[in-house]
Ligand binder design. Structure first.
Ligand SMILES: Nc1ncnc2c1ncn2[C@@H]1O[C@H](COP(=O)(O)OP(=O)(O)OP(=O)(O)O)[C@@H](O)[C@H]1O
Ligand SMILES: [Mg+2]
Length: 216
């Protein structure tokens, strides 16, 4: 990869990914870094179109086709946005990436993890986040937050609590496997406390990769 850094935010639905992505984006912008905020599934025009097909609760999609759709979206996103931005030395903040597919389709749906990993490495062309923040939250708390936010539930969010428990366990297992990259942060603290913890990890990665500020 080039000179930038690629940061992903992961965790179950309603864990506060969007909230923290926004806070981190503002924090880094204010410090003068070149930052891009994006998300999966989506991030580019075509990928966002595929997202709406994928998440539409009215669509019946086979679990295998679901994996290909996620990976198709990822391939487009990496080629069109993530790789070029990293090559230009930017900081990319992305909500969800490969770990989400491992957690939801692998652990959640029980699809063959080796098959998913193979497809994913083709789609990402070897792009791996420098840092992944895992926002850990008990599935019930996430659910309550979602219901309170009056957002309509999408095709994946509608899955039962047992599915979401497997996803959470899967994420925690990934974090145990890749402790250098994946940092777990309990989502139960205040938005500001969580932000400060995330900023601490991000500053460390910025130092390690010698990322320069482009604006004053
Ligand atoms: N630390 C927190 N404490 C209490 N409530 C929070 C906290 N962080 C976020 N929330 C609230 O929880 C809800 C979900 O947050 P947010 O949309 O950021 O989560 P998300 O992970 O992006 O969810 P989704 O998976 O739906 O995209 C929002 O109403 C938000 O204000
Ligand atoms: Mg969100």
């Amino acid at each position: 990869m080039g000179r930038g850094i690629f940061i992903t935010l992961e965790g179950p639905d309603g864990g506060g990914k969007s909230t923290q992505a926004q806070k981190l984006y503002k924090y880094l912008r204010n410090k003068g870094y070149s930052v891009i905020r994006t998300r999966e599934p989506g991030g580019t025009k075509v990928a966002e179109k595929l997202r709406s097909i994928l998440l539409d609760a009215g669509n019946k999609i086979s679990s295998l086709a679901e994996i290909f759709l996620y990976e198709a979206i990822r391939a487009q996103h990496v080629q069109e946005l993530i790789k070029p931005a990293v090559d230009e030395g930017k900081i990319i903040i992305c909500e969800r990436f490969s770990d989400a597919t491992f957690a939801y389709q692998g652990y959640g749906r029980g699809k063959d993890m080796n098959m998913i990993k193979k497809l994913d490495s083709v789609a990402t062309d070897g792009v791996i986040p420098h840092l992944t923040i895992l926002r850990d939250i008990p599935p019930k708390t996430g659910k309550i937050r979602l219901v309170n936010s009056s957002k309509k539930q999408d095709r994946i969010e509608q899955e039962n609590i047992a599915f979401h428990k497997r996803v959470r366990e899967g994420y925690l297992e990934l974090a145990r496997k890749y402790p250098g990259r994946i940092k777990i942060i309990s989502a139960l603290g205040s938005k500001q406390d969580i932000h400060e913890k995330i900023a601490g990890y991000v500053e460390e990665v910025i130092r390690r990769n010698r990322i320069k500020r482009s604006r004053k």
